[in-house]
Design a protein. Sequence first.
Length: 276
Amino acid sequence: MIETNDPALWRNFLPWPDAQTHKHTRGRLGVVSGRANQTGAARLAARAGLRAGAGLVRIFCPPDAASVIAPSIQAVMLTPFASAESLAREVEGMDAMIIGPAAGLDDATIGNIHVLAQSGAALVIDADGLTIFKGRAAELFAILDRDDILTPHEGEFERLFPGYLAKGRVEAAQDAARRAQAVVVLKGAQTVIASPDGRARININDSPWLATAGSGDVLAGVIGGLLAQRMDSFDAACAAVWMHADAANRFGPGLIAEDLSEILPAVLRDLWSAAE
């Protein structure tokens, strides 16, 4: 079934806190950072996840990146790790994990994704985490489950699903979700969100102002923040895509990725008011 992505479809599933809520019940989100010269993407994603409502957000980084990240974060926490094995130990108890934004195109990223797939956390895999599996996509698909979300732009999509785009974006995304057995967010003009069960939604509030470096990292963070609060993966992806675009449209000309998280509270406030 193909639908237009509209808040009426998922607004009532958004995870609002109540009087009994505390930070741990709002979910734990982790973001894996790249090395010292590649930390901005993880910081963008982490802040967006916090804005989206995750109660606790932690960046996991290689040891050389800790001194770069630490002075630039406040509510977001930081844990260095030296190997995939140590990452596996550190992420115990996380509800959702984001990996891929500036993670690095190397074997370390592959190893990290493998251990995260065994952690029990729902995964958001983006950017380098997708590209690194070019030519070996079956290896990635074998470790995913239906709670996981892939967020490729068309170039990344083609690397994992060569030839699929010839069918058109909607059918390509649906076939990819069935092949990966995970939710697929095919980014671009009229972003398509597809579920392994065949559902697909087309986002029509996309904003041209999102054509700026780092905006995809923010989207990954919003998705991860909703996932950490145990929102259904397909609905979380649909909500995040719409909210991300709405934030960009509200800001308009001059938007940079750092602005998006600061606009999210207004987007969320209106959704909350409409749900009451």
